[in-house]
Design a protein around this ligand. Structure first.
Ligand code: ARG
Ligand code: ZN
Length: 466
């Protein structure tokens, strides 16, 4: 946390009207001030998320002009104070704010890096529901992550590739941007006619007026801010409903269409297979955004509709859709536990291969285990990657999946699958921690598994022969 409850930068006096600053106690007793923290205490991303309130709903109204890369936005957040607040933070980086109200009354604010510090005219009571409205515009700038990759609003030659893991949401809307806080979303996005704007959830409608098309998207299930998207491009669109009643919307850059088609055709069968294994698909929407974004280098499990920077292979499609259960419906409380997302989605790929005539999970495990002790795979333990720079490293994905394979061998196939289903079902739309997963596995199997998990998740270097 960069600014605490009572330590304030003197800049507040400059940005908040004088009388208001006095009212806030800038010169008065510190005890009168209660502010939400500037982060939720995540050791890897200390400024991500904010304390003191929960956002129930985001209403985002956006206009994007791909030619000038100009974004015009209005965010209306419905929130609830979890403590008395004279001040609170949002995560929001770049872009110019042209108006900010709390409950329709102009509020004071200042910017400090990624923190947008808001001072409402009147203090918010603990438990109080309130509405924050922020109007803003400018050319969004992607963020560079600790590992050197980029995320957030990433301009492309025909629109924008929008993917926010772990911290890119703040590049395009003000948010309580940590997976601890989940919310429902509505999007209204206007783009030039001929472009398509794809967000999360179901398409409520689209309308073209005077050369501009507005898309309205509705995502009712709780979602972490990093999983939100509002991707824009020239896309070929395909829509249908699955046998389970899930609405599928595929948006594909024509340059990727030939390569993507055979893989996207398998989406319904992949979702059915995953539902059989992990329990009912958590969302009412599904699909894919296949962009042509050569500089990105990854896919993201954007909720209800993963995004790919180019045509995915089948294994990647299986991976991103497995995340809908593991990572999206069941969210992290700390980025340190990232193996709960990536290890699980990777193991889903192994299982898919095993059950579709490819390599068995055991063969995949063995090939990985054969790697030399100096290989990247053993560079750090997946349960404790050590920093935000490592959260998407090979150990998190591959050794995380190896940990699950060891669990499977220890408890047997039937119990292993029961554990995965109970995990997805028991934490549906909520959160889970590694400790909770371990205790669930012990409870379901009746076995002590602390040594197994300690070895595979927390021990440095290559574990001894299993
Ligand atoms: N969660 C994504 C996956 O499915 C990876 C996201 C990587 N993000 C990044 N900024 N490098 O594996
Ligand atoms: Zn993943």
């Amino acid at each position: 946390a960069r600014h605490g409850g009572i330590l304030r930068r003197p800049t507040v006096v400059a940005t908040v009207p004088f009388a208001l600053a006095a009212l806030l106690g800038a010169a008065g007793p510190a005890s009168a001030m209660t502010s939400g923290s500037s982060g939720v205490g995540d050791p890897y991303f200390p400024l991500s998320g904010n304390g003191g309130y929960h956002v129930a709903h985001y209403g985002l109204t956006l206009r994007y002009d791909p030619a000038s890369r100009h974004l015009d936005g209005k965010a209306v957040l419905t929130a609830r104070a979890t403590e008395k607040l004279t001040r609170f933070d949002l995560d929001f980086k770049g872009l110019t704010i042209t108006g900010l109200t709390v409950d329709h009354v102009k509020a004071g604010f200042r910017r400090d890096g990624q923190e947008l510090v808001v001072t409402p005219r009147r203090a918010l009571r603990k438990g109080q529901e309130f509405q924050i409205a922020v109007a803003y515009n400018g050319v969004p700038k992607q963020v560079t992550d600790p590992d050197g990759s980029a995320d957030g609003w990433i301009a492309t030659d025909d629109g924008a590739f929008v993917a926010g893991e772990p911290q890119g949401a703040m590049t395009w809307f003000p948010a309580n941007s940590h997976p601890k806080d989940k919310s429902s979303y509505d999007f209204t996005i206007t783009v030039p006619q001929g472009r398509t704007a794809v967000a999360n959830g179901v398409l409520l409608g689209q309308k073209t007026v005077h050369g501009k098309t507005t898309f309205r998207w509705h995502a009712p299930e709780p979602m972490a801010a990093y999983l939100a998207t509002a991707t824009v491009g020239k896309f070929k669109v395909e829509q249908y409903t699955t046998r389970d009643g899930v609405k599928v919307y595929n948006a594909v850059d024509p340059r990727e269409a030939t390569a993507a088609a055979p893989v996207l055709k398998k989406l319904p069968s992949v979702l059915e297979w995953e539902s059989k294994l992990f329990g009912p698909y958590p969302f009412r929407s599904a699909g894919s955004i296949v962009d042509h974004a050569p500089d990105v280098g990854y896919a993201l499990e954007t909720q209800g509709r993963p995004i790919y920077d180019s045509a995915p292979d089948l294994s990647t499609l299986v991976h991103e859709n497995a995340h809908q259960w593991f990572g999206d419906s069941v969210s992290l409380t700390s980025w340190k536990d990232i193996w709960l997302n990536e290890g699980f989605a990777t193991y889903a790929e192994w299982l898919y291969s095993e059950q579709h005539g490819g390599k068995t999970a055991q063969q995949t495990f063995d090939a990985l285990y054969a790697r030399k002790a100096t290989d990247d795979l053993w560079a750090f333990p997946p349960g404790d990657p050590g920093s935000g720079a490592n959260i998407f490293g090979t150990p998190v994905y591959a050794r995380g999946a190896m940990a699950l394979h060891e669990l499977r061998l220890a408890v047997g196939d039937k119990t292993f699958l029961a554990i995965l289903r109970a995990w997805a079902g028991g934490h549906r739309y909520g959160h889970g921690t590694t400790a909770q997963f371990i205790s669930l596995a012990e409870q379901k199997s009746g076995k002590k598994l602390d040594v197994l998990f300690h070895t595979w998740l927390y021990t440095k270097g290559k574990p001894a022969k299993p």
